[in-house]
Design a protein around this ligand. Structure first.
Ligand code: 2HA
Ligand code: ZN
Length: 241
């Protein structure tokens, strides 16, 4: 994929998330591995801000580049101006810190620990998946408040039973992670543990995290899972079990 296509796709998905009501205020974030898409001019760019240490070193990401939504930035603004509401970071040669190199000194999303932990695993395992996405899909979050859907098995089975697409496109189901503090290493560790064997991870009472070959692919997974959740909620509202 070309760098401009990747950025346009991020802007497109950000607009859809806002339209769907899944991205209130600065809710949600996205990170795309763009290492294969950038040219030598970009590689030579100096840092725009002091290097930031990573809580956990990520040696497999040494010298990799990522486009990240900016912390505190709105998806609806990123949809119109992706380089004013996100930035490009480079992981240092020792894999223990990162620098923002373009286009503005915008610091990356508060959920960077979860995104980078998953990207580390994807690179380590030679995966073709380049994008990670976190958003707040209303009905999936609603179901996570119900005790009967607090487990991975119960929730995945429920979602598969709603429409055939869910089993077809999300055969590994959705892993359910109990509530953890947003932006925490605990959330990152749990996400990493579950994403390797599921299509997406539900952060209970918060949102969903998914991976994809590109950001559209990562969005489609959450869109299908939430369609099932919408149908389940409609059934519950109609007074049926
Ligand atoms: O970036 O959604 O989980 C804002 C959030 C934190
Ligand atoms: Zn969130």
């Amino acid at each position: 994929m070309l760098f401009t296509d990747t950025i346009n796709a991020c802007a497109e998905v950000a607009g859809i998330l806002w339209q769907k009501g899944w991205a209130e205020r600065n809710g949600g974030n996205l990170v795309v591995n763009i290492t294969d898409e950038i040219d030598d001019t970009m590689r030579r760019l100096p840092p725009l801000a002091p290097a930031v240490r990573l809580a956990v070193p990520l040696p497999a990401l040494t010298g990799r580049y990522f486009y990240c939504k900016g912390t505190g930035c709105r998806m609806r603004d990123l949809a119109r101006k992706p380089m004013d509401n996100g930035s490009i970071i480079r992981i240092a040669p020792d894999g223990a810190s990162y620098e923002v190199i373009a286009c503005k000194p915008i610091m990356p999303t508060s959920e960077l620990p979860s995104h980078l932990a998953v990207h580390h695993k994807l690179v380590e395992t030679g995966s073709d998946k380049k994008a990670t996405l976190h958003t707040h899909p209303t009905e999936l979050v609603a179901l996570s408040h119900l005790p009967q859907y607090a487990s991975t098995d119960e929730l995945s089975r429920c979602l598969w039973d709603m429409i055939p697409e869910t089993r077809l496109f999300c055969p590994k189901g959705i892993g359910v992670l109990p509530y953890a503090e947003p932006g925490s290493e605990e959330l990152a560790e749990g996400t990493l543990r579950l994403i390797v064997s599921h299509d997406a991870v539900l952060w209970a009472k918060h949102g969903v995290f998914s991976i994809g070959t590109d950001i559209i692919d990562a969005f489609d997974t959450i869109d299908i899972l939430n369609k099932s959740a919408q149908i389940r909620c409609s059934i519950l509202v109609a007074g049926n079990q």
